[in-house]
Design a protein around this ligand. Structure first.
Ligand code: FAD
Length: 309
């Protein structure tokens, strides 16, 4: 892992930086490249604009490691209302949540109660609930709660990270249960005991897992194969592999982040691929934004330019 990436990921955990860094106007200007605004309405405006270009949406209110019961309740209410509003607007927009935002650090059953409410509401309104994956210490509990939810509601998917050695096994188990999989490379600072330290190994594992996800056996349960990546050569390899093995473009999806590789998103739609963009909003954006910078340390240049912009 590069030094810049390690430093940026360490910064994402700094309470001092979160408190002070977010106040600087130039940082706020720079972050606007990746999020349309802090409110649900800002997200809706962006989702409608993307829908006009043939790209559907996933939405997430930024926040993680909630330590207060009332805050976890408020987050769950926010998403319940959001799912209803999305339904009323007839918008193709799927919520994606973090379990630590629903109170997982306080009480596992409380978090599951909120998760279950969201899964039930998503099911009732014909929506689909995505569960983000956080640091490796949360993987077991996240997958346990995902399996439990999937046993009750069919419209559930979870994110798996290609940098973890364990992911192949998790993927086979979850797809067998009909859980949708959003495969990503992984955004956290993980030790070599659990994750590939070299990016080339992560990329190779991603492609091997992608091939497995497209395999007819893996898809027999009806689980949705989703590739969450901006890596254009990787996307092209996945599409070529699908074409040569007879998997139709409508049978898998690409998900990308709002504001990243927009030209690629539109090119893929024109080529007949199914594309969603994940639109983040909310006031608690600092750790999330630091992870976006770490993915591409050249982005720090955009922050620097925003000093003068
Ligand atoms: C829809 C979606 C959901 C995600 N959910 C999770 C999650 O739940 N848990 C988790 O750990 N991670 C999540 N991630 C983040 C993911 O793990 C990676 O950190 C991130 O997607 C960067 O990896 P990449 O596959 O785009 O490939 P990379 O090899 O990192 O990037 C490929 C190319 O994409 C471009 N690019 C990538 N990132 C950026 C950026 N931030 N700014 C500008 N250009 C960029 C660059 O041109 C780069 O060369 C998610 C990503 C997406 C797209």
């Amino acid at each position: 892992m590069s030094v810049a990436r390690t430093l940026l990921l360490k910064a994402s955990d700094s309470a001092w930086l979160r408190e002070n860094g977010t106040k600087a106007p130039f940082v706020r200007r720079a972050v606007s490249r990746f999020m349309p605004g802090e409110s649900f309405d800002d997200m809706i405006v962006a989702a409608r604009m993307m829908a006009g270009e043939g790209v559907t949406a996933v939405c997430t209110r930024l926040g993680e490691n909630v330590k207060d019961l009332a805050e976890a309740d408020e987050v769950a209410c926010h998403y319940l209302e959001g799912i209803d509003r999305i339904h009323a607007l007839n918008l193709a927009c799927e919520p994606s949540i973090k379990l630590t935002q629903l109170g997982l650090d306080i009480d596992r059953e409380l978090a599951y109660g909120h998760l279950r409410d969201l899964g039930a509401r998503a099911h009732a309104t014909g929506n689909y609930l995505w569960i983000d994956m956080e640091q490796s210490s949360y993987v077991d509990v996240t997958l346990d709660l995902t399996r439990r939810l999937r046993a009750e509601f069919p419209r559930v998917g979870v994110c798996l990270q290609a940098y973890l050695y364990r992911t192949r096994e998790d993927l086979v188990d979850l797809m067998g249960r009909g859980v949708g999989i959003r495969l990503v490379k992984g955004a956290y600072n993980e030790p070599a005991e659990v994750a590939f330290p070299k990016k080339s190994d992560v990329d190779a594992n991603y492609y091997a897992l992608a091939q497995l996800m497209l395999d007819a056996g893996s898809r027999a349960s009806g689980a949705r194969p989703v590739f969450g990546t901006h890596d254009v050569p990787l996307i092209d390899s996945i599409r070529r592999h699908a074409a040569t093995t007879g998997v139709k473009p409508a049978e898998f999806e690409f998900h990308m982040l709002y504001g990243i590789q927009k030209a690629t998103q539109l090119r893929l739609v024109q080529d007949g691929a199914a594309v969603r963009v994940l639109i983040a909003y909310g006031a608690y954006w600092f750790p999330w934004y630091m992870r976006r910078l770490a993915e591409r340390p050249a982005n720090v240049w955009f922050v620097a330019k925003s000093l003068f912009g």
